[in-house]
Design a protein around this ligand. Sequence first.
Ligand code: NAD
Length: 484
Amino acid sequence: MRYPDVQNYLGGTFVAPDVPMTDVYDPSSGEPISRVPMSTAREVDAAVRSARAAFPAWSTTPIKDRVQVFYRYKALLEQHVNELAALISEENGKIAGEARAEVLKSAELTEFACSLPQITPGEVLEVSRGVECRVERFPVGVVASITPFNFPNMVPNWSIPNAIALGNCLILKPSELVPLSARRIAELLAEAGLPAGVLQIVHGGREAVEALCDHPGIGALSFVGSTKIAKVVYRRATASLKRCLALGGAKNHLIVMPDADREMTASNAVASMSGCAGQRCMAASVMVAVADTDHIVARMVDHARAMVPGRDVGPVISAAAMERITRYIDEAEAAGATVLVDGRRTTVSGRERGYYFGPTIIDHVTPDMAIAQEEVFGPVLAIVRTENVEQALAVENASPYGNAASVFTESGSVARFVMERASAGMVGVNVGVPVPREPFSFGGWNDSKFGVGDITGRGSIEFWTQAKKMTTKWNREAGVNWMS
Ligand code: NAD
């Protein structure tokens, strides 16, 4: 194995739990590179106890002091960007540029956490003569964050800096497919001065997640992953009376109008669907081509054909993912769709056992096909043809998901029409991947997110804190009224 066994992180120490181990694979070679512990309720309980022990001191440390850790952590992320990116590439398969971008995004998320003291002061008002009401935000307590395989460094950093800077102690449960980056996150945070016990890491899968949902000592839980599991987690965590924010899967539509800039649209659409091998919850999955857009589709085909798997597109996460993606394309083709660029049966010389899938564009897909409705999560763009923008919006809005939608056009009024009506939480105009950047929050609608609020940016402040409303009277002459 290239790496020693992955360990849990408890009270500032890495520990090897006595539980079954599962292999971790390098998707570019198909080879096992490490083993990850599949923790149980026992390890979750130990993490909660350790976090609870650290909570009194951490939560009463002033926020201005707490964020000093994150100024140093941000600098460490930048200093170690190449090393952290190489680790992401090994466990997730991302090409170097994508992995670097992921780490730099983690630094941007941390930068936002550093601004929290400036944007979270409470409120105070004299509500009657001598009577003052104030609102102060307090941490929730011990909180948990469950993350997916597609961003081993960034998605943990959606929660860690904000939740911890706001005074919580956090238990991270990374994806068992990509558990290696979490160790470096913990090490860098410790180097940045985070006290022992403020961050715990419990590795595992379903059993660990269920224990986190059920544990009465956890006050809030964020989840990022597929819609199927997001629903399970949301129901289970709220049934045990936790606040929960569960982000699910996506089926993102790009509506392309005939007046769209040909070059920009073609390059953006292909980059959106193929970046990170299509394994982004913001990736374009369906292009709704309105009226005569053949000239744009032809240019997209050029771009997709010019991409070299292994150099421009990394592997997908597993052999099972390859099979699933292939099945969607086979079925759509059998039902009459036209494969314009075919990424099936892609191999990369020297990495023949890697899980490579080339960029794929499939035209004349109809809205009833599974490839148009379900999350494919690979470098595949299905093109659905419509005659006008109303029909295009109807296709977009029929999707149960609602993460992102974009429109490509030179018309401001068409752009506004789509922005207002698309049933998605993040909408773009001439943007292939409309991810809001800090301080704006990230989060979808419909089956792409369960729970109130957002996971990053300003929206996360509400989620990771609880407001205390305080009323004081220092005026003996104020008399008696209904507040007395
Ligand atoms: P996943 O749902 O399989 O796994 C996510 C987490 O849930 C992992 O930590 C995993 O260990 C755990 N898990 C898996 N099966 C479980 C079960 N039966 N019970 C309890 N926990 C379980 O997701 P994934 O394949 O790792 O990630 C890809 C998915 O995540 C895609 O659907 C993608 O769209 C989604 N995603 C969404 C966002 C967003 O912001 N909405 C961001 C990134 C990824």
